[in-house]
Every structure is written in structure tokens, then in C-alpha cells.
Design a protein around this ligand. Sequence first.
Ligand SMILES: [Zn+2]
Length: 133
Amino acid sequence: MAPIALGQGFEYYSFMSKRGPKRLVTEAVRIGEYGNTSWHLVLECGHSFESKRKPKIGEDKLCCKECLIPKPKTLMQVFQDDGMLEEVDVMGELKTRATLASHFKVSMDQVELVGGTATVFLDAQQVRRITTD
Ligand SMILES: [Zn+2]
């Protein structure tokens, strides 16, 4: 699933102009000293860059080159894009992992859950404790 979603993302980016899509300025912070100031702008897409020109927040739209650079998506984003988030019961998985972790008296990091199959990683001491219980 992930490679397909990444491919689609790349296609989407290549369709856009080289200057980048226009993004609304949502925040601006003045930086530098008097006579040599610039503006740190935050765009609606979450990207930011510096500009010499004073922006009009909520009015100016600037081309965002950052948006042209495809970024590897996290698994959560891929699920979100595909509308598959509902099918992944994150809370349910966390609960299962927590239950297993407390059962084996290990930390949750030591419990891996993939496709409903759990793997519990135990160190030598924990193995001894469990097998001699
Ligand atoms: Zn951007």
C-alpha cells in the first residue's frame, strides 16, 4: 500500500508548476535588527521561509517551493490519504499491547503487534522469571 500512495504523491507534485503552489500566509514574525529586518513567514501548508517584504497575514499568497518537494509519508498519513484510518484500530492495538505487557510484566515497547499476531520480546531475566513462575 505504501509504495502506491508514494507514487501517487509524486505524480501529484510533478503536475504542479515549478514555482510551487500558492499558499496563504498564516503567520509572520519579524526577525533581525532595525534597518535589516526580514520576516519569518508561516504558510497555510505549514512550511515557512524568510522574506524581506512585509506580508499581509491572511491575505498574501506566496508560492511555496517546499511543497514541490515530495516528502516520504508516515504510515499514518498514508492511511489518512487512503481513508483507511477507520480500519486500523489504533486504540484497540494499544489496549492489546498494554494488556499483554502487563500480563508478561514487561514494558509496552517489548510487545509488537502485527496483523493481530503479537510478539513479546523478553530479555534473559524476564524469560527466567516467566518460565520458572
Ligand atoms: Zn508548502
